[in-house]
Ligand binder design. Structure first.
Ligand code: GDP
Ligand code: IMO
Ligand code: MG
Length: 424
């Protein structure tokens, strides 16, 4: 059976958690394949909001297996906090939550290194979530990392000590003021590792292979978004993993020829948290309205998200890199009340009009070229059927479909599970 993918097409926070939760009833297995606690995936149902960081967004469905794949980096301390929240809500995850032995572990010193590196960068900082993501993936590719499978072996603490000592020397090298008490951090870490060990560790690529062979349906849940991809994003203002479709192959052990549908998810406008170029960013009342109505604050760090018009140059690029087969448009409700809406269809790049994403998209190189579309007034948040959607919204959606040449099958009109309109 093919593995379907759900991928964020912008700079993250598109609403992946909500849609994975909505789609979970169609799948036997939900699998995360990259990223870690830098992600914050929000689910809202029965009047309650849940934010997941490392745990897949299918966890609230009883009959679904939730797999944390080899490409993910796990902070046991944050993972334990997520489990504690699930315990409070009597979610029975013991049998349904599986962890790849090949997933890498974020150590307390990885988090400190992230902070030291960002402080040392000063104004040029990435705007990292400071969860230790970059340093952990660096140790992975540098072949120094500690993996989940290691903590089942005797002697892993020696390996831990050697790595943590090296990290401390590196922190000193940055020569910045980072205050920490490693003893306390380690006590919390080792206790959380014990909690992690109470879960099922598996050889996940074999599990996925067997699941496919026995016709189980699998949805791979992306974290971050295509423009934060380590290769294809706005480098260096990116995360440290492949957030695009190929990341699901390496992060789960799925062969490229067994990828099925690729759901691409985007907001009806654009947001970004952290530093880096953002051609359609708004610094006016329109941007402030999007931020206010859309409650645009990071689910992991609480930082305000930068807002701007939809950028079709960037979105087209993301669709190409991922091979998107279906689009899902989120937060249509947030645009209600705008008299007209702008969509960037091309860039003026150093004097030339271009429609592809160039190497440099900084302000000095790129000016967006906009098409203006009619806005709509109606409050969408109570709508449940495609037939209720205002004509101007249908016009907006059809314009995007024509520009991107991919159907938009779902329009989301609010954070709740139920505020999801199937178009076709
Ligand atoms: P993710 O990281 O892609 O899972 O997205 P986040 O959870 O970080 O951010 C999406 C935010 O938008 C969350 O607060 C969601 O509850 C909210 N949200 C999702 N879909 C919609 C929608 O259609 N309308 C509105 N108003 N909010 C939404
Ligand atoms: P979800 O899965 C939005 C951003 C950070 C920073 C850059 C690098 O919720 O969509 P990192 O901590 O990875 O070193 O940060 O990437 N970033 C995200 N932005 N949503 C996310 O995840 C993000 N994960 C990382 O703000 O700019
Ligand atoms: Mg998020």
């Amino acid at each position: 059976m093919a593995v379907d993918l759900l991928l964020g097409l912008q700079w993250g926070d598109e609403g992946k958690g909500k849609i994975v939760d909505v789609l979970t009833s169609k799948y036997d297995i939900i699998a995360r394949f990259q990223g870690g606690p830098n992600a914050g995936h929000t689910l809202v149902f029965n009047g309650r909001k849940h934010v997941l960081h490392t745990i897949p967004s299918g966890i609230f469905h009883d009959d679904t297996v939730n797999l944390v794949g080899n490409g993910v980096v796990i902070d046991p301390v944050i993972f334990k906090k997520e489990l504690d929240k699930l315990d409070e809500q009597n979610v029975d995850y013991k049998k349904s939550l599986l962890i790849s032995r090949k997933a890498h572990i974020i150590l307390p010193t990885h988090r400190l290194l992230d902070a030291a590196s960002e402080t040392a960068k000063g104004k040029a900082k990435i705007g990292s979530t400071l969860k230790g993501i970059g340093p952990t993936y660096m140790d992975k590719t540098g072949r120094n990392g500690i993996r989940v499978g290691d903590v089942e072996l005797t002697g892993w603490k020696d390996k831990y000590r050697a790595l943590a000592n090296k990290h401390e020397a590196m922190i000193d090298f940055y020569n910045v003021d980072i205050q920490y008490n490693l003893k306390e951090l380690e006590a919390e870490f080792f206790s959380a590792v014990d909690t992690l060990k109470s879960l099922k560790f598996i050889d996940s690529e074999e599990y996925v292979h067997q699941a496919q062979a026995s016709k189980k349906t699998i949805l791979a849940e992306g974290a971050q978004g295509s423009l934060l991809d380590i290769d294809f994003g706005t480098y260096p203002f990116v995360t440290s993993s492949n957030t695009t479709a190929a990341g699901a192959c390496t992060g789960l052990g799925v062969a490229p020829n067994s990828i099925g549908k690729v759901y691409g998810i985007f907001k009806a406008y654009t947001t970004r948290v952290g530093s880096g170029p953002f051609p359609t960013e708004l610094f006016n009342e329109d941007g402030a309205t999007m931020a206010r109505v859309g409650h645009e604050f990071g689910a992991t760090t609480g930082r305000p998200r930068r807002c701007g018009w939809l950028d079709l140059v960037a979105l087209r690029y993301a669709c190409q890199v991922n091979g998107v087969t279906e689009l899902i448009m989120m937060k249509g409700d947030v645009l209600s009340g705008f008299k007209s809406l702008k969509v960037c269809t091309a860039y003026n790049y150093k004097g030339d009009e271009i429609t592809h994403l160039p190497y440099n998209i900084e302000e000095e190189n790129v000016t967006p070229i906009y098409t203006e579309l009619k806005g709509w007034e109606a409050d969408l948040t109570g709508m449940t059927e495609a037939s209720q959607l205002p004509d101007a919204l249908n016009g907006y959606v059809e314009f995007l479909e024509k520009e991107l040449n991919i159907p938009i099958t779902v329009v989301s009109v609010g954070p709740d599970r139920k505020q999801t309109i199937i178009r076709k």
